[in-house]
Design a protein around this ligand. Structure first.
Ligand code: FBP
Length: 512
């Protein structure tokens, strides 16, 4: 049996579409500069932190003079969670760099930002790129979640670049990774290294978007894959008529994925974290509402249904949010003692003994499995790893408890049946082969990044706009990274970050 299926072979031959301007003149563009920009908020503070990249204009492309440009050696990294189309960004970048000058070289640093720090890389060749065109995953050079944020780390990156004569770094990542790209660009300017930095908007979560970045790549494919799976489950539920399916969907913070899948599939219920937070809805109220739905459908003879749950929900439920904040503080203050406890039961008892007020009551009421998950390791950014918290099972268990009380009172009526299945759709969607949209969009983003490098730009994110139209009408260009930034309070400190886009309750998708 051949290792590559006929479908994969056919898929690898797909030729991604480019916007007209890039199709006509390749990466040889003339840069057109818009007016000076400002950050989305906290202008004074952001300007002070990024004096050399603050206020840069938005860039658009016009046809430029063809002819070889100065030789460049470019480093590329994939940062954070996988998203369909990452390999096509690299393919677009590679093809455009070679078009700018056949002697250009592309270094793929391995395992995300840590590859740059530890000088682990491979030379990206045409043969290698050809193996990965239109494929899912990030396995060509792999990814990682190391943060690039200290002076010491920036100095190491500069050292790695100097060692290989690298003239530019392309960071393909989400809001945190592009925040790091912004700081790295400023550092390299301050040190007068001449090394350029360009970011690319990646994340299936869809929360790296704004007026200029219409969508992050991977969102389109992941939501299509999840929607197909959800649709299959809905058909099964409707055929067997005996299970309630509780499906948790990825999306660390924002509920864009759950909302988009709900719009595509019309489940019986879909929770949206942003609405829960905005309307201050408690866990008890969520359970009450879902229980009512189960009872109502049972009374119509339908002991089945589908509920979508965004992965980040737990952190948006007001009383759990407070609990998590207190747990973070408590674990930070008692780190040594806590880590010395080897058994999870003792960790739970230790924390329960220290929590106070409402948080103590909330923690006590949670099933032990969820308590343990809330105490598990934080990610490198200090966040609770929501993908490991089984919110779908928590809701099932709480609804079961509530139904047991209701059934005990339903003397002359049949008890409400509630057979459940819990699912988590996450990893299986984010490494799928890219949709045609993501294949084209990613290739165009990589190509755009190379055009920006060819024009000598730094501190920009590659952007391709007008994406609701066909690819020929897309508008490539560059958006200053500082423009998307503001100051936020994270883990006890005020820090500059790219503003995350959450679901807006007044916008059309949610209203729909
Ligand atoms: P990015 O924001 O880095 O793109 O990651 C998105 C994501 O897929 C989230 O939806 C999920 O919470 C997280 O990654 C899971 O992280 P990990 O891969 O470290 O388990």
């Amino acid at each position: 049996m051949s290792k590559i299926s006929a479908l994969q072979k056919a898929r690898s031959k797909y030729v991604p579409k480019l916007p007209d301007i890039l199709k006509q003149c390749g990466p040889f563009v003339t840069i057109q500069e818009g007016a000076a920009t400002k950050s989305v908020a906290d202008q004074k503070a952001i300007k002070a932190l990024y004096p050399d990249t603050y206020g840069l204009p938005v860039l658009t492309f016009a046809p430029g003079q063809k002819g070889p440009r100065a030789v460049q050696k470019v480093a590329v990294i994939l940062s954070g969670g996988q998203a369909p189309g990452g390999h096509n960004v690299i393919a677009g970048l590679f093809d455009a760099l070679k078009a700018l000058n056949p002697n250009n070289e592309l270094f793929g640093f391995l395992g995300g930002p840590s590859g740059l720090l530890e000088d682990k890389y491979l030379n990206i060749s045409a043969e290698l790129v050809d193996q990965y065109r239109n494929t899912g995953g990030f396995d060509m050079i792999c990814s990682g979640r190391t943060k690039l944020e200290t002076e010491e780390q920036f100095a190491k990156v500069a050292q790695t670049c100097k060692k290989h004569g690298i003239t530019a770094v392309v960071i393909i990542g989400g809001d945190d990774s592009n925040t790091n790209a912004c700081s790295l660009a400023q550092y390299l300017l301050t040190k007068k290294t001449g090394i350029q930095v360009i970011g690319c908007p990646k994340t299936i979560d869809g929360d790296l978007k704004n007026e200029w970045i219409e969508v992050s790549f991977g969102f389109d494919t992941a939501t299509k894959v999840y929607s197909e799976l959800i649709g299959n489950i809905m058909r099964d539920a409707n055929s067997a008529r005996k299970y309630w399916h509780f499906i948790k969907l990825m999306g660390r913070s924002a509920s864009h994925i759950a909302l988009e899948c709900a719009l595509q599939t019309h489940p019986n219920a879909c929770l949206i974290s942003e609405e829960i937070a905005e309307k201050n809805i408690s866990l008890q109220e969520i359970v009450e509402k879902l229980t009512k739905l189960v009872v109502k459908r049972a009374e119509n003879g339908m002991n089945f249904g589908v509920v979508l749950i965004p992965e980040g929900l737990i952190e948006f439920i007001p009383e759990i949010k407070l609990l998590i904040t207190q747990l973070n503080d408590l674990l930070a203050k008692n780190k040594k003692h806590f880590e010395a406890l080897t058994e999870i039961d003792r960790k739970i008892d230790f924390v329960a003994g220290k929590l106070q007020g409402e948080s103590a009551t909330v923690f006590a009421a949670l099933p032990d499995s969820i308590k343990a998950q809330l105490l598990s390791d934080r990610d490198p950014h200090g966040n609770v790893q929501v993908s490991r918290i089984e919110t779908e099972k928590l809701l099932i268990e709480m609804i079961e408890r509530r139904l047991a009380r209701i059934n005990a009172r339903r003397k002359n009526k049949a008890p409400v049946k509630f057979s459940t299945l819990a699912h988590f759709f996450g990893y299986e969607g984010r490494c799928s082969a890219p949709s045609n949209f993501d294949a084209d969009y990613c290739y165009s983003l990589g190509y755009t990044a190379a055009a920006l490098l060819g024009a000598g730009k730094t501190g920009y994110m590659a952007s391709v706009r007008n994406i609701s139209r066909s690819a020929d009408k897309w508008l490539p260009g560059g958006i200053p990274l500082t423009m998307m930034m503001n100051i936020e309070h994270r883990h006890g400190k005020d820090v500059p970050v790219i503003r995350k886009a959450l679901v807006e309750l007044t916008a059309r998708p949610f209203r729909e």
